[in-house]
Design a protein around this ligand. Structure first.
Ligand SMILES: [Zn+2]
Length: 146
């Protein structure tokens, strides 16, 4: 099992797990690897130390738990990331697309916002060339769970 850091053509960086470097190439050439943020299949490996997991791939759950000491704690990283976004952006809720368009046209001052958008709204934002990214946000009530 090999873990590669991958980057899509939109600059999103994510991680991919593969049986081997060849398996990665094969899947990439078939367009089977897509960016979890924008579904882009034009991905490339970015230079990073290759990490090899020695556990069998049938046990991903177990592996994650046992490897916490040796590997990056992604759960914590994700939590910190979510906290950072929450602390550094304004929650506009379902008005996300509306607010993003307003900023785009200079109606309101540019600022960091977060919120939700429908597929239709995302399409409009893309057509307008507005950059945004999607991340899965945890539900508020899960916040204190550990
Ligand atoms: Zn992407």
């Amino acid at each position: 099992m090999i873990i590669f850091d991958l980057e899509c053509s939109n600059g999103h960086i994510f991680e991919g797990w593969f049986d081997s470097a060849d398996a990665f190439e094969e899947q990439k050439n078939k367009g089977l690897i897509n960016c979890p943020y924008c579904n882009d299949t034009n991905v490339k490996r970015i230079l990073s130390p290759v990490r090899v997991a020695h556990r069998r791939k049938e046990e991903p759950e177990k592996m994650n738990k046992q490897s916490q000491d040796k590997y990056i704690d992604y759960e914590k990283l994700y939590k910190d990331f979510v906290d950072y976004i929450k602390n550094n952006s304004e929650d506009v809720g379902p008005d996300f697309a509306k607010e993003a368009l307003k900023m785009h046209y200079g109606v309101t001052e540019k600022r960091n916002i977060r919120g939700t958008a429908t597929e239709e709204e995302e399409k409009i934002l893309r057509e307008e060339g507005i950059e945004f990214f999607k991340i899965p946000m945890p539900k508020e009530k899960d916040e204190n769970k550990h």
